[in-house]
Design a protein around this ligand. Structure first.
Ligand SMILES: Nc1ncnc2c1ncn2[C@@H]1O[C@H](COP(=O)(O)OP(=O)(O)O)[C@@H](O)[C@H]1O
Ligand SMILES: [Mg+2]
Length: 226
């Protein structure tokens, strides 16, 4: 694939220091995703799924290999460029919603737009919350929201800057069946995610993984088609 468009991952290696020396968690991950594609990744606990998402989002740095998003390798940017990449090009949804407890739903969605909000940010946040079925909840604190509602706020927050890449780490792992289905439906709703966005989702739920047109398993530090 042309590394100029979409996500291109080549030979990604990650070593962590362990008690007896370096532990190789990722051992040559290759992955391509074109704009608009959605991929799921399953694999045993501790096999390196979260590590891979952290590398794709430039939260962690690879020991070897390359990541390109629309031709840009975030790991080659300076620290300002990396911070901008994390803020503008990538959205993260974690298993735990990670909302700010003292901020309302709307304020949480707007958090990634600070400290330099752009015209239209507030309107986009309100539109996203509306699409999430949370228009009536935008002034509620997280403590007043259900688990599924909190996770929907977290998805709106991840999308507010229209990132090219949406990274989801077991986003339904803490939810019961109906709430999990609702969150999953939103991830497949192009009205919500927008055109051209790449979604990389890690899950333990085979039913959720099966909804993705492209599925992978992580094993032995690499991705294999599933
Ligand atoms: N910061 C770190 N320092 C050392 N080891 C780590 C660190 N982060 C993750 N690991 C180890 O890397 C392996 C993969 O972790 P992780 O990516 O969280 O797996 P998964 O998400 O598939 O459950 C685990 O053995 C974990 O203990
Ligand atoms: Mg994990």
């Amino acid at each position: 694939m042309d590394p100029g468009g979409g996500l291109s991952v080549r030979g990604l290696v990650k070593d962590y220091p362990g008690p007896g020396g370096l532990i190789r968690v990722l051992d040559g991950v290759d992955l391509d995703a074109a704009p608009g594609e959605a991929v799921s990744i399953m694999g045993a606990s501790g096999c390196g799924k979260s590590t891979l998402l952290f590398l794709l989002g430039a939260i962690e740095f690879p020991s070897d290999g390359e990541v390109h998003l629309d031709g840009v390798d975030p790991h080659e940017l300076g620290s300002d460029g990396q911070a901008q990449f994390r803020r503008d090009e990538v959205g993260f949804v974690f298993q735990d919603h990670c909302l700010l407890p003292q901020c309302t739903a709307l304020e949480n969605v707007l958090a990634p737009t600070l400290p330099d909000p752009r015209p239209g940010d507030a309107e986009r946040a309100a539109v996203l919350l509306h699409r999430m079925g949370l228009a009536e909840r935008q002034d509620h604190l997280p403590a007043a929201l259900s688990g599924g509602e909190k996770q929907r706020v977290a998805i709106a927050r991840a999308l507010v800057r229209r990132p090219k890449l949406l990274l989801c780490d077991e986003p339904t792992g803490n939810l019961d069946g109906a709430a999990a289905d609702r969150v999953a439906d939103l991830l497949f709703d192009s009205e919500v995610t927008g055109p051209g966005r790449i979604v990389v989702l890690v899950t333990h739920d085979p039913g959720l993984a099966a909804r993705f047109p492209r599925r992978f398993r992580m094993e032995g530090g690499r991705l294999r088609g599933a």
